[in-house]
Write a protein that binds this ligand. Structure first.
Ligand code: PMP
Length: 306
């Protein structure tokens, strides 16, 4: 298990991570009624730490709360307060390596029944060592027997804790079958994403990814890759994707905070092209890494120094 840092942010202050707990009677525990995001804090030149695209993470968290109808976030939190809390968490834990920070808004009202509005909430954050959830040298994917929960049931663009049971089922199915992760299809068989990462494919030099109406999480690294690719002169197409396109793609890769940019070398027992990391994947992975580390000339505005 990845190392978890000893101090957590819980209810407007820092506490011992092991003491930051929720009661068994709360909606967060009873129904998984919490929204969250995970963002990286990476070591920069001169051993400084910086969070990546923090404002996008804050906005997505706020939108997740709005979609679900949890109204305890937007009144009591703003971006400045969020940044201050992260700085405090970083300093108290003396973080000096790449970490992920998980920020969650929990509905901790006791026994309110199955509703969301006007309920008490508590905000938590903790930091843990940044270990990629997918191999960075070639992941093997299997189409899941479980379909992605559609927007009309539990919206994928909201990052809701309870909805992750869908990802747990699909990831475990893939692991049980000897693969690294799943490919989620929607209810009519189009490609959505992995259990916790977005998917891209390359065909004839063009970069293709399922569009935002394809029951996906609107990944912040997905958005980053699209921008970096366009800046590099690559044509990017966001559209519906068929499963069989992955079988004949020149390259396939996944993107996400915890997946970074993970090349995919096999899909459903079919090798992707020659089974090696493709050139466009390598190029975009390098540009992404540079952006995370503030190494390129551009995009320093994506970093918040802590
Ligand atoms: N899809 C799902 C289902 C996820 O859980 C994640 C991880 N947050 C992603 C995609 C990638 O999103 P991001 O790039 O914002 O980490």
């Amino acid at each position: 298990m990845a190392k978890i840092y000893p101090k957590a942010y819980f209810g407007n202050r820092l506490v011992d991570q092991k003491a930051a707990s929720l009661n068994i009677t709360t909606s967060a525990i009873l129904y998984g009624l919490s929204v969250y995001t995970v963002f990286p804090v990476m070591m920069q030149e001169g051993k400084k730490m910086a969070a990546f695209r923090l404002e996008d993470h804050f906005n997505r968290l706020s939108e997740s709360a709005r979609i679900i109808g949890i109204d305890g976030f937007n009144g009591s939190w703003n971006y400045l307060k969020f940044v201050q809390a992260i700085k405090k968490l970083n300093h108290e834990n003396k973080i000096k390596e790449d970490v992920f920070i998980r920020a969650t808004l929990h509905v901790d009202e006791e026994l309110p029944g199955t509703r969301s509005r006007g309920l008490h909430t508590v905000f938590s954050m903790f930091a843990y060592e940044a270990q990629p959830i997918l191999s960075q040298n070639g992941a093997r994917l299997k189409t899941s027997v479980w379909r992605r929960v559609p927007d009309y049931s539990i919206p994928s663009r909201a990052k809701v804790n309870g909805a992750y049971i869908n990802s747990v089922l699909a990831k475990q199915d893939a692991l049980d079958s000897g693969y690294d992760d799943c490919i989620f299809l929607d209810s009519v068989g189009h490609v959505c994403e992995l259990s916790a990462a977005n998917i891209f494919l390359v065909r004839s030099g063009k970069l293709i990814t399922p569009d935002t109406a394809s029951d996906i999480l609107e990944g912040i690294n997905r958005k980053t890759i699209i921008q970096l690719a366009k800046e590099a002169g690559i044509e990017v197409i966001e559209r519906t994707v068929d499963l069989t396109e992955l079988y004949i793609a020149d390259e396939v890769f996944a993107s996400g905070t915890s997946a970074f940019i993970a090349p995919v070398v096999e899909v459903d027992a079919r090798r992707v092209a020659n089974g090696k990391t493709g050139s466009m994947t390598s190029k975009l992975k390098k540009l992404h890494e540079e952006a995370l580390r503030g190494a390129g000339k551009k995009h320093h505005d994506w970093l918040t120094y802590l």
